[in-house]
Design a protein around this ligand. Structure first.
Ligand code: 5AD
Ligand code: SF4
Length: 519
């Protein structure tokens, strides 16, 4: 850690180490102390966030577990509950990797755990409510076992209001740390174990790139690979640019090395991750190298399947389309969040494209990749969305022919520009719009599935189906879930399956004999 980081580090030490001591101190005292310290409020502040500069990002290749923490977890267990997106799931793999290197073993049994971390999501209010519910549930456990360490990390911990609320009402939490502090986990655990105080460490710095963090990946078949962090798009409804910091790209050589490593370990699929992957490389000052170039280089690597998420239509350039059109391991499923079909709403959302521009991009993609499957994200009930504007979303969904969509009711997030807008759309109307949209999306998904009846598809077999251990489950190149009968030896391989039945969200089938692809 350098001096600048040290200064920016916000470490708040309250008077309590455990619940007993907490009870003696009023929460007002704690809050006062919290703000008197060198903590720089990390509340979402769009004006501040927009001022951030690129050049501060530094790359580190020197992560290591301090010697005195290497064996600290022997005989102990950890549990990490993950909320939200793939980025969080992957962060959990990193935290699990760090804790494993400290000697901890993972457990799924809450009562067995010596460390419980809640890796949180702030994208919508209901995500936050779930976490606060879980924080409440964990209190009796902490009272029973004061040695248990409970930590809150992820996007919610970047929000000042959340940190305040935990300090005031949930004093059984031992540790709060931000999305830029994950590599500090060994030190934070040490302080939580040996210190007498509650630890809060949320760096206001936008985050460096730490390259050599250990990862305990969830499976051995598919892997996440971060290619960039943060987001500079500032959509007016979105908290992410504040919780995840500015856009910063990993160097191509580091990404390619990680993918090669995964190939050597037998992984069959990688998903390149970023909040806005199409902005990859825009922050490089020494090289001209974007997502298209990266995909082109990964295209040459011997990994059967490569996906990427999430795309922003604005940055989806011709070079990327040209590279994706080569096919091969670059799959023709594109997740392209549109958010709304109304140009007026898109403007209010600061999406920086119109309905027409989005449709033009779809047209270009379809010319280059005629079989491409498109899926999307949509928000209904953005402040003051009119019935006509919502209808424009419905017609856009039909026109593009999305085969699946993640659909959401707009949820105001403190500190974002949209949250300051008065909203004349009643909640009931928003719910009805969501319902109507979901009906349409379901109809389109079912129709797209029907086309597969009697056809053969390539399936990457992930394991037994959740509902029936006699049935195997996996995904097609276009990310359709397939349940089928086949030998267990095909798990981890790509096989051909003949589709016998189609449902709204999945396909059933039978494996075609001798179709295991050898890689
Ligand atoms: N309310 C509702 N949905 C949101 N999303 C992001 N912010 C909000 C919000 N405040 C949705 C967008 C995004 C997806 C990850 O979550 O559709 O693409
Ligand atoms: Fe949020 Fe995505 Fe917009 Fe970035 S591009 S602000 S992550 S919705």
């Amino acid at each position: 850690m350098n001096e600048q980081q040290r200064k920016q580090q916000s470490q708040i030490r309250t008077e309590q180490a455990n619940v007993d001591r907490i009870k003696k101190t009023s929460s007002e005292d704690m809050i006062a102390k919290y703000f008197q310290q060198e903590y720089e409020p990390q509340s979402p502040d769009i004006k501040q966030a927009r001022k951030r500069k690129r050049e501060d990002v530094q790359f580190h290749y020197d992560f290591s577990i301090p010697e005195d923490m290497e064996k600290i977890g022997h005989g102990k267990k950890f549990l990490i509950r993950t909320y939200g997106c793939q980025m969080n799931e992957h962060d959990t793999e990193v935290m699990a990797g760090i804790l494993s290197e400290m000697g901890y073993e993972s457990t799924t049994v809450t009562e067995e755990a010596d460390i419980i971390l809640l890796n949180t999501c702030a994208i919508r209010e209901n995500a936050e409510n779930k976490v606060f519910g879980e924080i409440g549930h964990l209190k009796p456990l902490k009272l029973e076992n004061p040695d248990l360490i409970i930590g809150v990390c992820g996007c919610m911990s970047q929000e000042e209001s959340v940190v305040d609320r935990i300090l005031q009402k949930h004093q059984h939490i031992d540790l709060i740390f931000g999305t830029h502090n994950i590599h500090r986990l060994p030190h934070l655990v040490k302080e939580a174990l040996f210190g007498k105080e509650m630890i809060v460490e949320v760096w206001s710095k936008e985050g460096d790139i730490i390259e050599n963090l250990p990862k305990a990946r969830k499976g051995k078949i598919k892997a996440w690979v971060n290619i960039m962090y943060g987001c500079d798009k500032f959509c007016t409804y979105c908290i992410v640019p504040m919780t995840r910091g500015k856009e910063r790209s990993r160097r191509p050589k580091d990404i390619i090395q990680e993918v090669r490593h995964l190939v050597a370990q037998g992984y069959q699929e990688v998903t390149l991750l970023g909040q806005n992957v199409n902005a990859y490389g825009k922050d490089f000052e020494d090289i001209e190298y974007g997502l298209g170039d990266l995909m082109n280089d990964i295209h040459k690597i011997d990994i059967p399947r490569v996906r990427f998420t999430t795309s922003h239509p604005r940055d989806f350039d011709d070079r990327l389309i040209e590279v994706l059109a080569q096919g091969g391991n670059l799959l023709d499923h594109i997740h392209l969040p549109v958010q709304s079909g109304s140009s007026e709403i898109l403007k209010k959302m600061n999406r920086k494209y119109t309905r027409e521009e989005y449709l033009e991009l779809v047209r270009k993609i379809r010319i280059a990749m005629p079989n491409a499957t498109l899926t999307t994200d949509i928000i209904v009930g953005f402040p003051n969305e009119t019935e006509e504007q919502f209808e424009e979303t419905m017609t856009l969904v039909e026109e593009v022919g999305f085969e699946a969509a993640y659909t959401f009711i707009y949820s105001p997030r403190e500190g974002t520009p949209a949250a300051r807008k008065k909203d004349d759309v009643p909640e009931e109307v928003k719910k009805q719009r969501l319902y109507r949209l979901n009906e349409l999306v379901n109809k389109q998904s079912a129709a797209s599935m029907k086309d597969y009846a009697g056809k053969k598809v390539k399936v990457l077999v992930e394991g037994e189906s959740k509902k029936d251990p006699e049935v195997l489950a996996g995904y097609t190149e276009k990310n359709k879930l397939v349940n089928f009968k086949g030998p267990k030896s095909s798990i981890g391989k790509i096989v051909e399956v003949e589709i016998t039945e189609t449902k709204t969200w999945s396909l059933n089938g039978v494996m075609v004999e001798n179709t295991v692809e050898v890689n």
